[in-house]
Write a protein that binds this ligand. Structure first.
Ligand SMILES: *Cc1c(COP(=O)(O)O)cnc(C)c1O
Length: 387
């Protein structure tokens, strides 16, 4: 089933055995999973794959789990691309679309990454996990750990949304509330993980969450009949979604499923925590820690991102850009989308709507360009914050 061959350091290209339990490369950088693309190109038929049941796992050959008995699923993946006619008209965009990952288990696209990471880690013998999280990744890990009869330890800022705390507690996972942000939670989680021998599935600090999230790239290509849209706008925290989609596009080109055309990739952050936007416009190679990070969009409150360099590469190689929007504009955009289209999205996703308004007004997006925004999480996961 899986065509996984090895892991590769995203900085140095050094190769690692994919069948050992490993987190980062010797250079301290994210590891990327590599597959036998020649074999996959000869054997895989994209149309046959799309006739399989709608699930992330229909792409199982391009996912890392070797033995299907280890697949832990709650129905993640296969969520729709919806055309936004009314909002598009209002913004002067004739081809505006939204991929709705808020329909995933635990109400966010974190389900894709954690389904992949938990399944693969179990195959490699892990029975106890730990995660630092702004909220949604913890909810997803707790669910997939319960589903796979493994143990989860979840470290979350004490001001995380109440629903995330409840979701974690409901599964019986060990919930640790941290006085600080996700990076403070990360420090505490890492220390306790070392002591307890738990496997740490922090963003991009193990190789397989990104593999689940890259499936959004495969799915959107299929939704657009294997011709990628012109612009993709993505709410960016740790960056796995952005980096994962970019990886998926290269894989699909090697498979002969798509051509060399790439969308212009846009990272959106809140102006209260915008390290990627700053690094992009400064021409920097990597992101720097953001001081006093503050935004209502918890998934974007990531002051330090190990994937900064990879995100910047995707933005620059695609002729994309990076946009920061204020929390007030995020709140207004959340309401605008619900009023125009009936879709109640998370605050993180609402940031993409605020960004698309701005980019359309600046003519950075032309009226007939196919533009795709991402809903990364359901609006039902947050307390009401009407303006
Ligand atoms: C985690 C999260 C994000 C940020 O995702 P990354 O891929 O890690 O950048 C965006 N939106 C929501 C709802 C999230 O939970």
């Amino acid at each position: 089933m899986s065509y996984l061959t090895h892991l590769e350091c995203s900085l140095t290209g050094q190769i690692y055995d994919a069948d050992q339990l490993i987190r980062l490369s010797d250079a301290g950088q994210p590891l990327l999973a590599r597959y036998d693309l020649d074999k996959a190109r000869a054997e895989l038929d994209r149309d046959e794959i799309m006739r399989r049941p709608a699930s992330m796992w229909r792409f199982q050959e391009m996912l890392p789990v070797r033995d299907p008995q280890y697949i832990t699923t709650l129905g993640e993946g296969g969520k729709p691309v919806l055309k936004l006619n009314q909002l598009g008209q209002k913004l002067g965009l004739n081809q505006l679309y939204l991929k709705d990952e808020g329909q995933n288990p635990t109400g966010s696209f974190k389900a894709l990454g954690l389904a992949a990471a938990v399944s693969r880690a179990r195959e490699l013998g892990v029975t106890e996990f730990v995660i630092p999280t702004a909220g949604n990744a913890g909810s997803a890990l707790a669910a997939y750990a319960a589903r796979s009869n493994t143990v989860a330890h979840v470290y979350m800022p004490q001001d995380a949304p109440l629903i995330n705390l409840t979701e974690v507690q409901m599964t019986g996972a060990d919930l640790q509330l941290v006085n600080g942000l996700i990076n403070d939670a990360g420090r505490q989680a890492a220390a306790d993980a070392a002591e307890g021998g738990w496997f740490d599935v922090s963003t991009l600090k193990e190789p397989y969450r990104i593999e689940g999230k890259k499936i959004m790239g495969y799915e959107l290509a299929a939704a657009f009949a294997w011709e990628l849209p012109d612009v993709i706008i993505y709410p960016t925290g740790g960056g796995t979604g952005l980096i994962g989609m970019w990886k998926a596009f290269d894989e699909m080109e090697s498979l002969g499923w798509i051509g060399s055309k790439r969308p212009r990739m846009v990272a959106v952050q809140s102006d209260g925590c915008a390290p990627v936007v700053k690094a992009f416009h400064d021409g920097a190679e990597a992101t720097e820690a953001w001081e006093n990070a503050a935004t209502l969009a918890g998934g974007l409150r990531v002051p330090v991102a190990i994937g900064g360099r990879l995100m910047l590469t995707a933005l620059r190689d695609s002729d994309g850009t990076a946009v920061a929007v204020s929390d007030n504009r995020i709140l207004a955009a959340q309401q605008l989308l619900a009023r125009q289209e009936g879709i109640f999205v998370s605050l993180e996703a609402a940031a993409t709507i605020a960004a698309v308004e701005e980019l359309a007004a600046q003519n950075w997006i032309q009226p007939d360009e196919k533009t795709l925004v991402f809903n990364t999480g359901s609006g039902l996961k947050y307390r009401l914050l009407l303006t």
